[in-house]
Design a protein around this ligand. Sequence first.
Ligand code: PEP
Length: 252
Amino acid sequence: MTQARKLAAGNWKMNGNRAALAELEALARAHPDPSVDILICPPATLIQTASAAMADTAIQIGGQDCHAKESGAHTGDISADMLIDAGATSVILGHSERREDHEESSEDVRAKARTAQAAGLVAIICVGESLDQREANNTLDIIGGQLAASLPDGCTAANTVVAYEPIWAIGTGKVPTTAQIDEVHDFIRTRLIRRFGEAEGGALPLLYGGSVKPGNAVEIFATDNVDGALVGGASLKAGDFSPIISALEAST
Ligand code: PEP
């Protein structure tokens, strides 16, 4: 099986103004020649400035969402093409906060992913179970259903990343055991290979997300089929995100 590329991705959510660009500059100074991909997804207002500031660095900039339509009468929304025009290379889609706050279904996520990929963005597609679903032993059924419905046909290792983010671990400080992460990632990998073939499904990066911190990153990255992390809170400060990137580099 081809080795998936490693990715440390930060999701700033609705945090950060222009002053926060200093954190990006610090991150770029700390990782001038990284052996893994580094991506920061700031709020939409910062994408253009951040991508210009990071142009000569190894740090890529991404969006946190895009619309399923290419353009049109959708007040307040952002198209995939606009993200690219602003300098983004990737976009997070189907984050649990968008599935919940904006009632996005997996079918909505699939439509967005198709548009994002067609525009030339890497779609980082999030899946994850709630605590109730885990406690009812439904985790794999839920993840299987979300994967099948959220990923468009024709996903490749170059245009798609899957992030497993148990909802109960996001922003809570609670982290699944490595056995639990291993079980879900192994399941996702099998489904990806079955649907997209060994070459693409086997090499499509598979991230873990949910309370990744400098103190638990080494253990998480040592888990099979974990090709990196989608990091919320700990991506806001270079001093927290940098050791997570270094742990990923050391795991390769
Ligand atoms: C996230 O929102 O994708 C996330 C993983 O957040 P945190 O790292 O803060 O749990």
